[in-house]
Design a protein around this ligand. Sequence first.
Ligand code: KIV
Length: 271
Amino acid sequence: MQANEARRPITVPMVRERKGSGPPLVMVTAYDTPSAALVDLAGVDVILVGDSVATAVLGHNDTLAIGMSEMEHHTSAVGRARPAALVVSDMPWLACDLGAKAAVSNAARLIRAGASGVKIEGDHPEIIRRLVGAGIPVMGHLGLLPQSVHAMGGYRVQGRDEVAAAGLRAAAKRVEDAGCFALVLEAVPSSLAAEVTASVGIPVIGIGAGPSCDGQVLVLHDLVGFSPPGTHQARFVRRYGEVGSVITQAVEAFAQDVREGRFPAPAEAYS
Ligand code: KIV
């Protein structure tokens, strides 16, 4: 599938240059070829092959469950959509924690699979420097770090007290200085997100970080409602569709037609 061939491909420098100019950046997740093609047709700027694939589609309770081979697999599926949007792929849990050499080799696997950059959770300026030095663009990720769910004591809003807020401001500066081209800020009070956004020279893409960021990201399955009824959704999610009920209704209609002899019709069979 060749998605959106007419659109000019979005590059890392183009995203970097959106700091303070142009409309807010739009990033959504995708984990497979048709989803990547569809979100690209919608004109998003960045497709994130998030490690949220673990919870959104693979049935795990958290993102710690998956590793490099799963991320490589989903990155290559997204890459095969050949989107005009920039493809950034998540470094999964521990991919950056076993030294710079291992981090560079893990990031290279995602670039070879089809990403143009990688996203790293946490305050790891040395690793970021090494990756950038190897020609691998890096997006930072601060605030709520789902890969550190146990250390953080759950999925909680971060930076609520002054010490934590100061730590977050300093970390944002460090990852910027280390060479990140953009930064995701997850689940922090809007006022702190606004301060961080104003204090760094790279685009800040928020999720649960209020309206002052340079862009916004949501998980595709959350925003289109592609989940079973009763699935918990964070406060910061806005649902723009009900794909889950569309799927259930379509399959119910198919099942009814099969059971009552209406499918297949003559035109759907070979003579
Ligand atoms: O994995 C993911 O989808 C993410 C976004 C929530 C930013 O990291």
